[in-house]
Ligand binder design. Structure first.
Ligand code: NDP
Ligand code: MG
Length: 418
């Protein structure tokens, strides 16, 4: 990420090669800044989702710079067909093979259709892909994202589960392949924006803001009987079902703490969470001198998506702006960790390290799906995750197989407990 590049550069300066560095920066600017006319080809993993559709809107408004060249979905063929008609991608891939067959018949010769994980990986690795927006939901995003990293594609990452389960491996591969990864998640985009021009050693802590979700003021004893509809009714953000439930349990914030750890290389003790129900401050960075920088904006994912695409530059964007006199108040609270146990479980898994975050993630995915299918009550979600973590002895994560095995066994365990 650019911030890391800045950090390395300043270390070099301290060693007395400032002039070389300035020259290098100049050359980099001349040779590597894309000309405005160079169209960048984007592959979107999860094109039919909330992030995918917002990304397509951003790309459409910046059509002189970006093109949605490849689209990937799970199995929503009808949704994909309408995206094909509107955005004319060169190729598409459908994770579910049988749905890919159906699409081939429907689409005829209008577009190339690939199927299965193999097809998805082939698409993201193609020479004409410049940037991959990773926005499938859940663990399924890990393998295609790893493939894109190995092929050196710039990654704009929304799929936080990928970094939670595979953070150690991803960090290693990003370094090995020199692949840039820029976060889309609004909190991490906010932190990145606060860190521009700053030294890593100057950071005291990251402060992730959380809206608190729909149950912020619900008494703990009432959580056992909340419905799926209530949990899906997020006060500030319109998102996919899985992340909306994660926001209601505060697991979303827990996953984001782990995501921040891998993105910004700070220990859990330097990553805090504060409840900010208005979702205007998207996150903050406190520096060693006590100064705090925050990034503010209306809750609209198009802004962090556009920032990830144009990073490190900014580009004009139409839309509503923060109306400060109109803001009645901005409030902040400590999260109630007894009521929202998922947050505590996520910190615990990060402390344990190794395969523990992959187990946390897998257990959460199975439990959330079971809640959405009305098989378990809301409060059973943290119970199941806690049991999966208790039963797991974290092992090292030196390759993908370790993560796949931790994920598979946690899913089996939680499924057996349903
Ligand atoms: P959605 O549920 O809206 O979309 C999910 C996308 O993933 C769809 O394209 C869907 O394809 C595909 N998908 C669904 N199930 C599976 C599966 N089992 N395996 C593989 N792919 C699947 O999700 P969001 O767009 O809300 O979220 C996507 C990612 O971005 C998540 O990791 C989320 O945490 C993260 N994120 C989202 C934010 C938001 O505002 N929405 C904000 C910050 C992060 P199909 O339509 O074919 O089923
Ligand atoms: Mg977020």
């Amino acid at each position: 990420m650019g911030w890391k590049i800045e950090r390395k550069s300043s270390q070099c300066k301290a060693e007395g090669c400032g002039v070389t560095l300035t020259l290098l920066r100049l050359l980099r600017t001349i040779f590597f800044t894309p000309m405005p006319s160079a169209l960048r080809n984007i592959a979107i993993l999860g094109a039919t989702g909330s992030i995918g559709r917002n990304s397509l809107q951003v790309i459409k408004t910046l059509s002189d710079r970006f093109r949605a060249t490849y689209l990937v979905v799970h199995r929503n063929i009808d949704g994909l067909m309408s995206l094909i008609t509107e955005h004319h991608p060169k190729g598409v891939a459908v994770l579910d093979e049988s749905c890919a067959d159906v699409l081939r018949k429907k689409a005829g010769n209008t577009v190339e259709v690939l199927g299965g994980m193999k097809g998805v990986k082939e698409l993201v690795g193609r020479d004409d892909v410049d940037l991959v927006i990773s926005a499938l939901v859940g663990f399924a995003g890990l393998e295609p994202t790893l493939e894109a990293i190995r092929k050196g594609k710039t990654i704009a990452l929304a799929n936080k589960e990928t970094l939670v389960a595979g953070g150690e491996l991803i960090t290693k591969l990003l370094q090995e392949h020199g692949t840039p990864l820029i976060p889309i998640d609004s909190e991490h985009s906010a932190i990145l924006q606060c860190l521009v021009g700053e030294e890593h050693s100057a950071v005291a802590r990251l402060i992730l803001t959380a809206s608190g979700g729909p149950f912020l003021t619900t008494p703990i004893e009432n959580l056992v009987s909340v419905t799926v509809e209530q949990a899906l009714n997020h006060p500030n953000w319109k998102m996919g079902n899985k992340i909306t439930i994660d926001s209601a349990t505060l697991m979303n914030k827990g996953l984001e703490v782990i995501e921040a750890h891998w993105l910004f290389h700070l220990p859990p003790a330097q990553i805090d969470v504060v409840i900010h129900p208005q979702s205007i401050i998207h996150s903050m960075v406190e520096f060693v001198d006590g100064s705090v920088k925050a990034q503010l904006g209306l809750p609209d994912m198009k802004l962090p998506i556009q920032y990830a695409l144009t990073y490190p530059n900014r580009t004009p964007m139409n839309g509503a702006r923060v109306d400060f006199p109109g803001l009645k108040s901005m409030t902040f609270f400590e999260p109630d960790r007894r009521k929202f146990r998922c947050l505590e479980l996520a910190y615990g898994a990060l402390e344990l390290g190794g395969t523990a975050p992959a187990v946390l993630n897998a257990a959460n995915e199975v439990a959330v799906e079971a809640f959405l299918q009305r098989k378990i009550p809301f409060q059973k979600i943290p119970d199941l995750i806690g049991k999966a973590l208790d039963a797991h002895s974290p092992g090292p994560v030196s390759d993908l197989d370790h993560i796949l095995e931790a994920d598979r066994s946690a899913r089996m365990r939680v499924t057996s407990l349903l």
